[in-house]
Design a protein around this ligand. Structure first.
Ligand code: ADP
Ligand code: MG
Length: 323
């Protein structure tokens, strides 16, 4: 059994999006997979249409000698189970903090699952607290999404130090997340990390197909397989399996799976969707300049000159002239 933890200090960077899609790819490539949601926000739980309810809460789940299997549920997809989170996970750090050896708890809880699963994906809450320490100690690989900003890339050193402190020699694999190649800075960050061996070759573009997961509750790699973000998750999963020495397996027929499950996802509408959701057959040529920079960096507009004319009568034409 291989344990992949998606973790990092920051929230909102694409950890859950990666965990949801990679766990799906793992399962549909034939690996018996468990996705464990450790975030009280329960976003991964929501994406898999599961109820955010843990019997006895985080205290019972993490506090005793529990058999995790009893908390796991089947998802709609073959080979994929989910361990949901609920709001009680907000006290998970405190619960683990009361244990004698907090950093051994997760490893101990996961050990018996070896019989049932080939891959466990842990979707961590943001932060480098006690739970993340325990996760890192139990993991075979830590995956860290990094947004393409200089400070975010610098924070990787901090994460690396944290990971090596908890689990010397453990592989930390970073990847750029939410990349918008129309932006000059994002292209510069892509160039910058190309020579950094801690980064995966695959970078996940910003895409409304990923955003829509919260609405459709279907992994983007299933709902929009031709989307570039889906292609990036497939490449990223291939890199993860290679690092772990895991058989890559063969991806199931997703068209057949969609038909079987009746997954109908409306195509993106609106110009912004079309721009940020290039599909594989139509890769967007990176522009020389960054049109998106101009779009997202509006300058202060000139003050509007007051019009000379009287303001128009808002009721003009409403009433018939009595004369
Ligand atoms: N590649 C992407 N493109 C566009 N939106 C994304 C992408 N990845 C994540 N998001 C969106 O950004 C928000 C935060 O992502 P999430 O995966 O929940 O981050 P984290 O788990 O790190 O807090 C969510 O609304 C999600 O839909
Ligand atoms: Mg998350």
């Amino acid at each position: 059994m291989q344990v992949v933890a998606v973790a990092g200090a920051k929230g909102g960077v694409g950890k859950t999006a990666a965990a949801v899609n990679l766990a799906f790819l793992s399962a549909t490539s034939g690996h018996r997979t468990l996705l464990w949601d450790l975030d009280p926000q329960g976003a991964a739980t929501h994406c898999y249409r599961a109820r955010a309810k843990v019997k006895g809460g985080a205290t019972r789940l993490l506090g005793g000698k529990r058999d995790l299997q009893g908390f796991a549920r089947h998802t709609d997809y073959p080979h994929l189970d989910l361990l949901p989170a609920d709001g009680t996970f907000r006290v998970a750090d405190t619960v683990l903090g009361t244990r004698r050896w907090p950093d051994r708890v997760l490893r101990k809880l996961l050990r018996p699952l070896d019989r049932s699963y080939d891959v466990v994906v842990l979707d961590c809450a943001p932060g480098l607290g006690v739970v993340t320490e325990s996760v890192v100690a139990a993991a075979d690989l830590v995956l860290a999404p990094i947004v393409p900003a200089p400070l975010a890339v610098r924070s990787l050193d901090q994460l690396d130090e944290f990971v090596q402190g908890q689990h010397p020699g453990l592989t930390l694999l970073a990847f750029l997340s939410m990349v918008d190649e129309r932006k000059v800075l994002h292209r510069q960050m892509l160039d910058l990390v190309r020579s950094d061996r801690r980064f995966a070759l695959s970078a996940v573009p910003v895409s409304s197909a990923v955003e829509r997961m919260g609405l459709e509750q279907v992994p983007a790699v299933l709902a929009s397989p031709r989307n570039l973000a889906a292609a990036a998750y497939r490449r990223l999963w291939a890199e993860v399996t290679e690092r772990l020495g895991l058989e890559p397996g063969e991806l199931a027929d997703l068209d057949a799976l969609r038909a079987e499950l009746g997954v109908v996802v409306p195509p993106p509408v609106g110009p912004a969707d079309a721009e940020t959701d290039p599909v594989e057959t139509d890769p967007a040529e990176p522009a020389d300049a960054g049109p998106a920079d101009a779009e997202t960096d509006p300058v202060e507009p000139d003050p509007v000159e007051p019009a000379d004319a009287e303001p128009a009568d808002p009721f003009a034409g409403w009433f018939r002239d009595p004369t």
